[in-house]
Ligand binder design. Structure first.
Ligand SMILES: [Zn+2]
Length: 500
């Protein structure tokens, strides 16, 4: 089977023969101050194994207690995803051995999730796909293993391994979709848009930092193919921990092409987990996927059931942020964006960024322009999401304010962004330190115009003859002389004044 993975089927050929079915499992690490079942701190970056206690280390006799704030966040996520909220549910033990899991079972939820049967509408290129949510359940994170001595940080070839249990027991919400069918050629984009919109929703709820690059939000991507029109779901593979929006899209595309190659060769798909490789854009075999019965789930005997009152659920419903679909429509109207401009903004994952930039005082079109051109390009060059580029909406608004105030132009603004990415200070400081401010000093401009006229007598002659359009060449010469920092409008006026 590995031979067939090397000859991928062209994407269009996959679609001619098969219907893709997606499934997404997203883990969201909550931003509660304490862990899911104990009072240990959740602050990131502490010395290894300093934020642990008998409960999260799974020592005999330790008794867990449910974190009420985590339950509240879980219910708010469930409500925002249009789910029903369980009147009564329990935790379950998911039994398996892994060194970073000190209890040898994970406290999770199995057949009684806190939230179930919801949906989220996902927009791709102006089309809406309804993604059905099967469940959102509460569980705890594992610790973290570090393998020392191997070439790539993997366990293979390592001399020894270290484990840090600070993360063990941090609250997680796992959000699982039902199979997403009918997306066809848009399947990779629907997967990406779903994760993107889910992240926006989580951020709006304020329940997690939701940074994919820091593992607060992790996506597992399930994919299967069925013969076109058959309606029968095929065997699926699960690509684990895909850590950017772009990679979600790429992983779906790759797995579609790989599945088609295997099925086309008459072989069958192995139900397994797969690893995503960001650098090469491929997946490789992980472990054979366990069925639910292998985990020997049983109800957690040390925790009381969770039975949120209907009054509490309704109180929490009242705290939900604006529904994303209505919000998009409202923003489009407020900003005066065309459908295409709005689609591009959403597609680039820049909706929230533009919103914050406008809130910081920037004109909507200018905010859109900077994020979708200059900053999107830089993010693409460095392979990060624009939200994680390191430039803030307030800084973009400040750069635009300098442009509108006439201190810099668009071209010089690009150098200010260079400075921001290099950590050189505020936009104003960068303009001063790099000497970027536009020269509008009359004497300096007049001298530069005279020099340009003297150096280009033929052009000057054309303008004297009434061919004012030729002024562009002289403006260009002045701008070049003044390293792009001349006030172009005033230069034009001076040329016309001097020659006509
Ligand atoms: Zn603890």
């Amino acid at each position: 089977m590995s031979a067939s993975t090397e000859t991928l089927v062209p994407f269009d050929d996959v679609l001619a023969a098969y219907d893709p079915a997606l499934g997404l499992e997203v883990h969201v690490e909550l931003n509660t101050a304490t862990k899911m079942f104990c009072g240990c701190s959740t602050i990131f970056g502490a010395e290894p194994n300093t934020q642990v206690c008998p409960t999260c280390l799974g020592l005999p006799g330790a008794m867990p207690v449910v974190n009420a704030k985590a339950v509240e966040s879980a219910i708010r996520i469930g409500l925002a995803l249009n789910c029903s909220i369980a009147e009564w549910c329990r935790f379950a033990r998911k039994n398996y051995f892994y060194p970073d899991m000190p209890k040898n079972f994970q406290t999770s939820q199995y057949d009684e999730p806190i939230a179930f049967d919801g949906w989220m509408d996902v927009e791709v290129d102006g089309e809406t796909f309804r993604v059905e949510i099967e469940r959102a359940h509460m569980e705890e994170d594992t610790g973290k293993s570090t393998h020392i001595g191997g070439a790539t940080g993997r366990i293979h070839g390592a001399d020894y391994s270290l484990v840090d249990y600070n993360r063990a027991g941090i609250p997680l919400i796992e959000i699982v979709t039902k199979p997403i069918v009918g997306a066809g050629e848009k399947a990779p984009e629907v997967a990406r848009a779903y994760v993107q919109q889910l992240r926006d929703l989580i951020v709006a709820l304020g329940v997690s930092e939701a940074r994919m690059d820091q593992g607060n939000l992790r996506a597992d991507v399930n994919l299967s193919l069925s013969p076109k029109g058959s309606g029968v779901l095929g065997t699926r593979t699960e690509t684990k921990n895909v850590n950017s929006f772009r990679s979600v899209e790429r992983a779906v595309r790759f797995e579609m092409q790989r599945h088609a190659a295997i099925l086309g060769a008459g072989a069958s798909i192995l139900q397994e987990t797969r690893h995503w490789h960001e650098d090469t854009g491929i997946t490789t075999s992980g472990r054979e996927k366990s069925d639910a019965e292998d985990y020997r789930y049983f109800p957690e005997p040390d925790l009381v059931p969770v039975a949120p009152s209907r009054e509490w659920v309704e109180e929490l419903r009242a705290t939900l942020p604006e529904n994303p679909t209505q919000k998009r429509a409202r923003l489009q109207a407020e900003w005066g964006f065309s459908d295409l401009e709005m689609r591009d903004t959403i597609g680039a994952g820049a909706l929230g960024l533009v919103e914050e930039t406008v809130a910081a005082g920037c004109a909507p079109q200018a905010a859109r322009k900077w994020w979708l051109s200059e900053l999107a390009r830089r993010a693409n060059d460095t392979g990060v999401e624009i939200a994680e580029l390191g430039v803030t909406p307030a800084q973009v608004a400040a750069v635009q304010a300098l442009v509108e105030g006439g201190s810099i132009n668009d071209k010089l603004a690009r150098q200010v962004f260079d400075g921001l990415l290099a950590g050189e200070g505020t936009p104003e400081e960068i303009v001063a330190a790099r000497g970027l401010a536009i020269v509008s000093d009359e004497g300096a401009l007049s001298a530069a115009v005279d020099a340009a006229i003297a150096a280009n007598p033929d052009v000057a002659e054309k303008i004297r003859d009434g061919k004012v359009a030729a002024a562009g060449a002289l403006i260009g010469a002045v701008m070049k002389e003044m390293r792009g920092q001349a006030d172009a409008g005033r230069v034009r006026e001076l040329i016309i004044e001097k020659l006509t």
